[in-house]
Design a protein around this ligand. Structure first.
Ligand SMILES: *Cc1c(COP(=O)(O)O)cnc(C)c1O
Length: 386
């Protein structure tokens, strides 16, 4: 079989070719699903690198190769959920680590840090768009890790990755970026100085709302080995079938992200001009407080839009109940459009006073713009707002 040169390719090509070499045995163009828990050995300890699927699986290996190439990382570790990936990362840090974490992170991340790892590490929640506050905290305490989510969920606040990573380097602090909202297609945090990138594969990477999964990607071999050992010991490895589905979904990541963004931009602009809307947050709008940083560090603005209806919960609830194309559901990043109410749904695990303080009010609605015809989506919203 001809050997393709897969380095130096653009991401849209890598997503289709890396990890997708034809099956060596049969020539099958599409990689098989190795739905097996164990592997035969020719003599005790003599095998082809595969012993047991919790440790290694060829389908998962292919997925990890493709993902690592997409983020220009040396290593990728895929897990059974995004939360499992975050859990592995927390176990990889020495007990008692000081961790700076954004105050507007994914609700599940906040819950994991405050109800599972609160006795293992010391979490300092702050607004990571505020560089001065990060600077001050780095001077006050020895910080092991900065947990960045940018853009955040649901307020789409954008932190300056390059500025934060250069500050962190001076203090030997590692930086991890939850890159779920942008996907590797629109943002590559490792290029901006981050040490680790994390994604919920459930969202844009898989893109079809039929898998729950996560991934950590990095270049540091020692840390990779540590995380792999944790993965093998704790056991949240991605299953062969889920790995296969994500490998399949990734092939269209480039066209999907372009379509998500095109629709989101049009919807955001339309919402901004609507009389029943108080405010729209979308990184691609000039009105976004960190639009300049977004333009600098992202190559696109993604498919997530947050808006505030005029009025309160009652008015917001009406919109959520009346839409027909938008599915009222948690999650995001699938080809179908979703709509949700963070205060009641995704962010209910965050105490009300913290939620309100960070700006997640009862009239806030979050949209994950799908790749349907955008005029149909706008008509659906128009009817619901009437
Ligand atoms: C969904 C999500 C997670 C958690 O991932 P799961 O796959 O649901 O476990 C983490 N971070 C962000 C930004 C997310 O959207």
């Amino acid at each position: 079989m001809k050997k393709k040169n897969l380095s130096n390719l653009e991401i849209a090509t890598k997503l289709i070719h890396v990890g997708n070499e034809p099956d060596k045995e049969t020539g099958a163009v599409i990689p098989p699903i190795f739905q097996t828990s164990t592997y035969v050995q020719s003599s005790p300890g003599k095998h082809n690198g595969y012993e047991y699927t919790r440790s290694h699986n060829p389908t998962r290996t292919r997925l990890e190769e493709c993902l690592a190439a997409s983020e220009k990382a040396k290593y990728a570790i895929t897990t059974s959920s995004g939360m499992a990936a975050i859990t592995l990362m927390m176990h990889a840090l020495p007990k008692g680590s000081n961790i700076i974490c954004g105050d507007d992170v994914y609700g599940g991340t906040f819950r994991l840090f405050t109800t599972v790892f609160q006795n293992d590490h010391n979490f300092i929640f702050l607004d990571t768009t505020n560089i001065e506050e990060i600077k001050k905290t780095l001077l006050e305490k020895k910080i092991s890790l900065i947990w960045l989510e940018t853009p955040t969920n649901p307020l789409l606040k954008i932190s300056d990755i390059k500025k934060i990573t250069s500050l962190a380097k001076a203090h030997k602090t590692k930086v991890i970026v939850d890159n779920t909202f942008m996907s590797p297609y629109f943002q590559n945090p490792l290029d901006l100085g981050a040490d680790i990138v994390m994604h919920s594969m459930t969202k844009y990477l898989n893109g079809h709302s039929d898998v729950v999964g996560g991934v950590l990607m990095l270049n540091n071999k020692a840390l990779y080995n540590k995380i792999w050992t944790l993965q093998n010991s704790i056991g949240p490895s991605a299953s062969p079938f889920d790995s296969w589905l994500v490998l399949r979904g990734l092939k269209t990541l480039a066209v999907r992200m372009e379509a998500h963004q095109k629709n989101a931009m049009k919807i955001a602009k339309w919402l901004e001009g609507h009389k029943k809307i108080e405010k729209v947050i979308y990184p691609g709008l000039k009105s976004h407080p960190q639009h300049k940083i977004a333009k600098k560090q992202m190559s696109g603005y993604g498919g997530m839009i947050t808006f505030f209806t005029k009025g309160g919960l009652k008015e917001a609830r009406k919109v959520l109940e009346k839409v027909t194309l938008f599915a009222l559901a948690e999650s995001l990043g699938g080809v179908e459009s979703l709509i949700e109410h963070p205060a009641i749904m995704t962010h209910a695990s965050i105490p009300k006073e913290i939620r309100e303080k960070s700006g997640i009010h009862d009239n806030l609605i979050r949209i994950s713009a799908g790749i349907e015809d955008v005029d149909d989506l706008i008509n659906d919203l128009e009817n619901a707002l009437k």
